[in-house]
Ligand binder design. Structure first.
Ligand code: ZN
Length: 228
């Protein structure tokens, strides 16, 4: 039975596969054997200079392209680390990579996410040109403008309560704040709503009374009544 199955498998496979017997070797082992860094091999894999799996590399292929692999940068840095260290933004780094100023490749990290590695020598050689690139995309700029507007409006809507002496800020996601940020309410109107909300929540029993059946008109059920 076993023989039959093996024969069937051999017959169904194209003959060319036999000639493609690849000697796979662990990337770390190959790096040590040929005086390369692990990341040089990873870069060669990403450029498809040599055939690779996640952990292995085709040793014959690597030997054939050894000079090219050895010429690749030895030192690499995560783009997030580079952005912090060199004062660039991740947008600048991504743009520089697209423009060919930075060699880079993405790699699976141990923690299950993908990191983007860039060549330190390219980064240092082109630092001035990278810094001259736009720091943010149009979408990022719009998001930052909105964030700044919300921050300023939050300050405008903050007040000192004469009753409890607390500094009261509009809560996160406050409808009054968002309406003011979008220009649907003036800051004065929004502030009034924030003051009323604070008084209602902190200085009245409104929250408890909300569920009182005394609110009901004839024929109404409690669930139907929506009090905000
Ligand atoms: Zn108060």
């Amino acid at each position: 039975m076993k023989v039959c199955r093996n024969m069937r498998q051999t017959a169904s496979k194209p003959a060319v596969r036999r000639t493609e017997a690849v000697v796979w070797v662990r990337k770390k082992e190959a790096a040590a054997r040929y005086g390369l860094s692990f990341l040089q091999i990873q870069y060669a894999c990403s450029r498809q200079v040599v055939r690779c799996t996640q952990y292995m590399v085709d040793e014959e292929g690597l030997r054939a392209k050894l000079e090219a692999v050895r010429a690749a940068p030895k030192r690499w840095i995560y783009s997030t680390t580079a952005a912090k260290k060199y004062g660039d933004t991740r947008t600048q780094i991504a743009l520089a990579h697209v423009k060919g100023l930075l060699r880079g490749f993405s790699m699976k990290t141990g923690r299950g996410w993908r990191g983007f590695l860039i060549a330190v020598e390219d980064l240092e050689a082109n630092l001035e040109r990278i810094k001259a690139l736009p720091r943010y995309t149009e979408a990022e700029r719009a998001a930052r403008r909105l964030y700044a507007r919300r921050w300023r409006m939050r300050k405008k809507l903050t007040f000192f309560c004469p009753r409890c002496g607390a500094e009261v800020k509009p809560p996160r996601g406050s409808k009054a704040l968002e309406s003011a940020v979008r220009g649907q309410l003036t800051p004065e109107e929004a502030r009034r709503l924030v003051v009323i909300a604070h008084y209602r929540h902190v200085h009245t029993a409104y929250e408890d009374d909300m569920y009182s059946s005394k609110w009901l008109r004839e024929g109404e059920e409690l669930e139907e009544l929506e009090i905000t």
